[in-house]
Ligand binder design. Structure first.
Ligand SMILES: C[S@@+](CC[C@H](N)C(=O)[O-])C[C@H]1O[C@@H](n2cnc3c(N)ncnc32)[C@H](O)[C@@H]1O
Length: 259
């Protein structure tokens, strides 16, 4: 299978249906808590530190950080739908989180503003050009204070390659079935995802791509951008059950510092 993918697919996909297809990963409070547990274990925070939740979606990590007393969080994401959803939820919970919409390659935020930049829940690899992730990570470097830390939680390409499987499906609730057909072409995974309602038929038929990184290729990218103290934990999953989580169960955690 070789599918054509619109290079700007990531500008459209992250909508209400994404919150259904990926609910097991991004709408489960226990999963989010486990992700924040490992973050705090690896790069401790103090409550006055400024945190940027870059490509932060609907802000679930910032909401959890707020619950634990880390109140200076900014969520930045391209999806207006997710930003609006997150802002409403934060208001409902009484959390003071700043939500901003834009492209992570060029945020327009002032330099050296943050102690931590977090890119969580596999949010790199969407822009097909190799420059896309480089530009996001260079922007993170610009936004970090000297001595500030970057924390990435992304799919581990080495694990993905060794356990790659082209077909997957799962049900969401009583009605929805998510079917995925995937191919691995070099460093790119291309997926066709069909979302079906048992009652009403096809809800969405989309295609998307993901550039994968192995621990060494991510180290190389980060060191080329001037990060130091790069550490990789090459085996992380926040899930307790087995299953196909759209590769979200094959992850690595990368931490690095701005000199
Ligand atoms: C899989 S979601 C994860 C969201 C969030 N980090 C989480 O774990 O719930 C990936 C997110 O990255 C965002 N994203 C991808 N590329 C982006 C870019 N260039 N600029 C801003 N946001 C981007 C998408 O809009 C989407 O919300």
């Amino acid at each position: 299978m070789s599918l054509r993918v619109d290079p700007e697919w990531w500008k459209e996909l992250f909508d209400e249906i994404y919150l259904t297809t990926d609910a097991r990963s991004v709408c489960d409070d226990d999963v989010t808590r486990r992700e924040i547990d490992i973050l705090l274990e690896l790069i401790p925070l103090s409550p006055e530190q400024e945190i940027l939740d870059l490509c932060g979606g609907h802000g679930r990590h910032s909401v959890e950080l707020g619950r634990r007393g880390y109140k200076r969080c900014t969520v930045f994401d391209f999806s207006r739908f997710l930003i609006d959803r997150g802002r409403k939820e934060a208001d409902r919970l009484g959390r003071e989180i700043t939500f901003l919409q834009g492209d992570a390659r060029k945020t327009g935020l002032p330099p050296e503003r943050f102690d931590r930049v977090l890119v969580l829940g596999n949010s790199l690899g969407y822009i097909p050009s190799p420059d896309g992730d480089r530009d996001i990570l260079a922007e993170a470097m610009r936004l970090l204070k000297s001595g500030g830390r970057l924390f990435l939680d992304i799919v581990n390409g080495a694990t993905l390659r060794s356990r790659f499987h082209p077909f997957a499906w799962h049900e969401v609730g009583e009605d929805v079935v998510v079917c995925r057909n995937r191919s691995l072409e070099g460093d790119i995974v291309i997926t066709r995802e069909m979302v079906l309602s048992k009652k009403s038929g096809l809800m969405k038929d989309s295609r998307y791509s993901l550039r994968i990184y192995e621990p060494d290729s991510m180290r190389l990218l980060l060191s080329g951008l001037g990060y130091d103290g790069i550490d990789v934990i090459d085996d992380f999953s926040p899930f307790q059950e087995k299953g196909d989580f759209g590769f979200m169960n094959f992850r690595m955690i990368v931490t690095a510092a701005k000199p």
